[in-house]
Design a protein around this ligand. Structure first.
Ligand SMILES: Nc1ncnc2c1ncn2[C@@H]1O[C@H](COP(=O)(O)OP(=O)(O)OP(=O)(O)O)[C@@H](O)[C@H]1O
Length: 829
């Protein structure tokens, strides 16, 4: 047997023992009862002296002392079991044919045999359910101890003289109500005190009974074992006898018997009242527990509903989140999306499993609640029935007391009559007074009993009201349960809907997962393609890196070569500087020579200037004369002054220009550097240096040393950014000097594509801004001639020749002879 089963059996035995002995103050002798959850040691300690065991036997209607004295077998068993209560208990148990135990088991041995013995004893006496109702163990034991009344149609309940039938109360008739008649007779037989034999009067009257017989009836064992019905019958019969015989006095021994019987009845009534008092708190506690249980159930259901609601809202949220996630997944990677979808799917399945589990638990709880409520309802019905029985019992008791009073009145009436008729002796009077006192005492006691019954009635009323409250509570609970059932149905409907939604969601998720798989597959393909492309690009880049490295290598070699060349150039420059020093010395000499020559020339120029001054003086004189003439003409006309002033200014300006041209020399060489044309290498220039004073250094990479660099000297060097206008401005004074009678020749010289045509003519379809020297010169000359037309008449002729292969050709000539140099006299003119 498992320890749990042994504990359960021990608890059953202890509960039964406690319920059995509770009403009689423990073991009857003040022995403490074992605690409700007694351990083996507790039980052993409680039962060690055997007092509780014997009390239990007595409570069951079996006197162990008497039993141990009966028969040789019992005596032998008691002897074998040892002396004392334990021995007597074991002897009684053996006689009943129940399993016993060794007295040493109560000292050190296992208590399982003791428990088995106690449970067998319980089963022996509690084999029949009260009123055909089955109860749980503690309730059964409790109800046994309550000794509920039972109505029997047993013929034995009626006396032989057909008196008014008094309902038999098993609780009162027998100390342990559930005892079967067979069991009872068995116990009585074993005890040797059949109450039928003792109390049932077969013939004669009680007043005629000998004292020894009455003494035997008054023995506590006889009274204890006698059913209450028998005791009541005894009282009734004695009172009837008194009424019938109309004797004024009751025999002393009969009065004692009457008193003892009434005391026994009162004791049983008080025991019953005690039981009722005990049961009321138990019932109230049970009701409160029931209430608490119902409240707990209600809370549980509410929490379940909340969980389901939360689950439902969570599922919808999840659906929302899923849809959001699905919408937002266009921006996340496919692998991540698939992983997320799987996680969401797992979560949804977990939630679904939880929801199903919750539903199963709810259904289970509901079934348990329904079962429990049904059971509670049955228990309450039982309690109500018991309550009605108790009320009925109390009424019966009241009737009985009323009947007893009636009979006492009748006795006292008869006594009065007898006093009137007979002269009593002193002894009889004394006896009568004594009996009267006894009867008054009995009446008082009955009054007390009535008070007790009244109290019991009040308590019963209170119980009734509490039962009513409990019933209302139960009705409300029933309604709540119905409400809960309806809620459960609605929850089941919601759960089924949720399941459908989950199924739909799952299918949509699966579709989505398939789509994502397809997308992931496509993305994978794309990525693989991309990887291949990137690999190709990487290869290409590597090749380019190799090329660049090679280029870098070659560049570095070039730079090294350049560095070498630069070093060489620097060396060359140093040599050049030295050469320049030398040449500077020679130049200095040359300058000195030049200074000398220039001083001579200046002297010549001075003479020439003198000539010019003279000419200018003459010119001024002429001019003065002309001015006078003009003044005169102006006086006459008054309108030519301005033009003459202009002319004068122009003349002065031209004279200065002439002087400048004279001082600058007759031949001037200008250099114009053409900018790079589109498509030309911008870096491959040979120009190394351009000076403001007309110096130009050109590099020749093909030659080394001094030969690699050439220094040129011009009157003016015009850079690549020089405009057409700047070029013209440089030669404009020379061109204008033509109008003063000087010969001027301007020509361009250079290799093919160096910009001769551009400089002289300008680009094709050129605007005024891009005009070349020719256009600008003619334009300027015509402008001046036009401005001087009032004073000077200029004649302009144009000749266009070509020098080709050292042959000069007139491009405007008509015939062959005119075209070839020397041109005709016509052409020269
Ligand atoms: N200073 C400049 N600015 C802009 N473009 C120029 C310049 N000089 C020359 N060019 C351009 O250079 C090209 C060659 O110039 P151009 O025809 O004048 O050379 P060229 O010396 O006359 O040649 P060829 O001897 O063959 O006749 C032309 O397209 C011209 O427009």
């Amino acid at each position: 047997m498992s320890s749990a089963a042994a504990d359960r059996r021990r608890a059953e035995a202890v509960a039964w023992l406690r319920a059995l002995l509770r009403g009689c103050g423990g073991g009857g002798g003040g022995q403490p009862l074992p605690p409700p959850h007694a351990s083996e040691d507790d039980l052993r300690a409680a039962l060690a002296d055997g007092a509780l065991l014997c009390a239990a036997l007595r409570r069951l209607g079996c006197d162990p002392a008497a039993a141990s004295n009966e028969g040789t077998g019992s005596a032998a068993a008691a002897a074998a079991a040892g002396e004392g209560d334990v021995g007597r208990f074991l002897a009684a148990v053996e006689r009943m044919g129940l399993p016993g135990f060794s007295p040493s088991d109560l000292d050190t041995g296992p208590v399982s045999s003791v428990v088995t013995c106690l449970l067998a004893l319980r089963d022996q006496f509690v084999s029949h359910d009260v009123g055909g109702l089955s109860c749980s163990l503690p309730e059964k034991v409790m109800m046994q101890s309550m000794e509920f009344p039972r109505k029997e149609n047993d013929p034995g309940t009626q006396n032989s003289e057909g008196r008014r039938k008094i309902p038999k109360n098993p609780a009162m008739s027998e100390p342990s109500s559930p005892l079967s008649q067979t069991t009872l007779s068995s116990i009585s037989r074993h005890a040797g005190h059949s109450f039928h034999d003792v109390f049932q009067l077969r013939q004669g009257r009680y007043s005629d009974l000998p004292s020894s017989k009455i003494s035997e009836m008054m023995k506590s064992t006889s009274l204890d074992n006698a059913p209450t019905q028998s005791l009541l019958s005894v009282v009734n019969v004695i009172l009837d006898e008194l009424v019938e015989t109309k004797i004024g006095e009751i025999p002393y021994h009969l009065a004692c018997l009457l008193r003892k019987v009434i005391l026994e009845i009162e004791r049983r009534i008080s025991t019953q009242a005690e039981h009722i008092r005990n049961i009321i708190p138990v019932v109230i506690v049970a009701c409160m527990q029931q209430n608490n249980l119902m409240k707990a159930r209600e809370e549980k259901y509410k929490s379940r509903i909340r969980v389901l609601e939360a689950l439902a809202s969570g599922t919808s949220d999840q659906t929302h989140v899923n849809s959001n996630a699905t919408n937002g997944k266009a921006h996340v990677s496919p692998d991540h999306a698939v992983h997320q979808m799987k996680m969401e799917k797992d979560k949804t399945e977990d939630k679904k499993r939880l929801a199903e589990k919750d539903v199963v638990l709810l259904v289970k709880d509901k079934e348990e609640d329904v079962t429990r409520l049904t059971k509670d309802k049955e228990d309450m019905a039982k309690l109500l029935k018991d309550k009605e029985d108790i009320i009925r019992l109390m009424k019966e008791k009241e009737e009985m007391v009323w009947m007893m009073r009636e009979k006492e009145n009748m006795v006292s009436l008869n006594n009065g009559r007898v006093e009137d008729k007979h002269q009593l002796t002193d002894k009889d009077v004394a006896n009568s007074a004594k009996y009267r006192n006894e009867i008054i005492k009995l009446m008082k006691e009955k009054e007390d009993s009535n008070d007790t019954i009244m109290k019991l009635n009040i308590e019963l009323e209170a119980m009734k009201s509490s039962y009513e409250g409990t019933r209302i509570l139960l009705d409300s609970k029933k309604k709540e349960v119905l409400q809960l059932l309806m809620d459960k149905e609605s929850i089941e409907y919601i759960v089924s809907q949720l399941k459908q939604e989950l199924a739909i969601e799952r299918s949509s998720h699966q579709t989505h997962i398939q789509e994502l798989d397809t997308r992931a597959f496509q993305a994978n393909n794309k990525l693989e393609q991309r990887i291949k492309e990137m690999e190709l690009m990487l290869e290409d880049s590597k090749t380019r890196v190799r090329d660049l490295e090679e280029l870098l290598e070659s560049r570095s070699q070039t730079w090294e070569q350049k560095e070498i060349r630069l070093n060489q150039f620097i060396g060359l420059q140093i040599q050049n500087i030295q050469d320049l020093r030398l040449s500077s010395v020679s130049i200095r000499h040359e300058i000195l020579h030049c200074q000398k020559r220039w001083s001579e020339e200046i002297c010549d120029l001075g003479q020439s200037l003198k000539v010019l001054t003279n000419a200018a003086e003459n010119y001024h004189a002429t001019l003065e004369e002309n001015r006078k003439l003009f003044n005169e003409v102006q006086e006459l006309k008054g309108c030519k002054a301005n033009s003459i002033a202009h002319l004068y200014a122009d003349i002065l300006k031209y004279q200065l220009l002439i002087l400048y041209a004279y001082l600058s020399g007759n031949i001037r060489v200008h250099c114009r550097i053409r900018p790079f044309l589109p498509g030309e290498d911008q870096t491959s220039t040979t120009i190394e240096y351009v000076g403001d004073n007309g110096e130009l250094i050109l590099a020749n990479p093909a030659k080394r040393g001094k030969e690699g660099h050439k220094l040129f000297k011009f009157n003016k060097v015009l850079g690549p950014s020089a405009s057409q206008d700047e070029v013209f401005k440089e030669i404009q004074p020379l061109i204008r000097s033509v109008l003063d009678g000087y010969n001027v020749c301007i020509f361009a010289y250079g290799q093919t594509g160096s910009g001769k045509t551009y400089t002289m003519t300008g680009p094709e379809n050129a605007t005024e801004k891009d005009w070349g020297v020719n256009y600008r010169a003619l334009n300027d000359l015509f402008h001046i001639s036009r401005s001087r037309r009032d004073t000077v008449m200029y004649k302009v002729s144009v000749q266009m020749i070509e020098i080709y292969n050292e042959q000069i050709h007139d491009l405007l000539g008509n015939s062959g002879s005119e075209k070839k140099y020397p041109f005709g006299s016509q052409a020269l003119k």
